[in-house]
Design a binder for this molecule. Structure first.
Ligand SMILES: Nc1ncnc2c1ncn2[C@@H]1O[C@H](COP(=O)(O)OP(=O)(O)O)[C@@H](O)[C@H]1O
Ligand SMILES: Cc1ncc(COP(=O)(O)OP(=O)(O)O)c(N)n1
Length: 275
């Protein structure tokens, strides 16, 4: 029998496949975990932006969650677009006593500028979901909303990551540097140590879904039993290659390339090959 770890994404959709549930499932498949999904909102969007959003009812989201959790319990869970307070409260209720590693990508605004989380929910996520997180993966604008101060330097990112852990109660936080300038540096704090994950910044407009791809890759590695630090290291390698080798799809900001890493491998795979 073939044994495989499973991972669950709870998020919104992207019919062009670059972000949200569709991107997450592609990552899970690529990283060899069995992917499952619970849809929160159906989003009409493409590489040019978000055209419209329809939220599913909390009752129906609960039915989807129960269908998965009572049948195939995942080894890791991630949440992406959780737009309303009621959705957050439901997920908090379901995950409150869980020991399953839980990654929060606190999706608030798409790069096109369209809001994917209502204003009240931005406050409520701090109290309901963040304290349950194994790791939170905000970009700079999201981290600024969570911590309440501007982030312009790596020192600011360190302070933000520490505050999300020490004061908001997450086990770990990684503040992503995609929205800053210079090298693409992400700062992880795991409650004990600070770690920097650094790559060249590629001059490309094809960055739609980078946050979804990165957090899904971290989730996949946690599902396989990796530590947060190792999962982030592999996730960073995966997203870096996904940006470095763009697919050039769409009229706007195109999606990431889920086969990019196959061209050079990820760190752990390189080690295996070297041996
Ligand atoms: N142009 C780029 N070149 C290299 N890495 C990038 C680039 N843009 C974003 N990244 C990386 O992609 C990941 C996602 O970051 P970011 O784009 O900030 O997230 P989000 O999609 O949530 O805004 C991070 O690891 C970040 O450092
Ligand atoms: C359904 C859905 N979820 C999340 C996002 C935002 O994705 P992200 O990875 O932050 O990338 P951008 O879309 O902001 O480029 C989304 N667009 N849709």
């Amino acid at each position: 029998m073939h044994k495989i770890a499973s991972a669950l994404t709870i998020a919104g959709t992207d019919p062009t496949g670059g972000a949200g549930i569709q991107a997450d499932l592609k990552v899970f498949q690529e990283r060899e975990v069995y992917g499952m999904s619970v849809i929160t909102s159906v989003v009409a969007q493409n590489t040019e932006g978000v055209q419209d959003v329809q939220h599913l009812t909390v009752d129906f989201i609960e039915k989807q969650l129960d269908a998965v959790l009572t049948d195939i319990p995942p080894q890791a869970i991630k949440t992406g677009m959780i737009a309303t307070v009621e959705m957050m409260e439901l997920i908090a209720k379901k995950l409150k006593n869980s020991t399953i590693p839980y990654v929060i990508d606190p999706v608030m605004v798409a790069k096109s500028g369209h809001s994917l989380m209502d204003k009240t929910s931005r406050e409520v996520i701090r109290q309901t979901l963040i304290p349950l997180a194994t790791v939170v993966t905000p970009n700079v604008p999201e981290a600024e909303i969570l911590v309440g101060f501007d982030i312009q330097t790596n020192d600011d990112a360190e302070k933000a990551a520490k505050l999300i852990v020490d004061e908001l109660g997450a086990q770990a936080a990684i503040v992503k540097g995609g929205h800053l300038t210079g090298e693409a540096i992400d700062v992880l704090y795991d409650g004990n140590e600070l770690y920097y994950f650094q790559s060249e910044r590629f001059n490309t407009k094809h960055t739609h879904g980078t946050g979804c791809t990165f957090s899904a890759a971290i989730t996949a590695e946690l599902a396989k039993g990796k530590s947060v630090k190792d999962a982030v290291e592999l996730g960073k390698a995966y997203i870096t290659k996904a940006i470095e080798y763009p697919l050039e799809l769409g009229k706007g900001n195109g999606p990431t390339n889920h086969w990019g890493y196959r061209l050079e491998g990820l760190p752990a795979q390189k080690e295996i090959v070297d041996k």
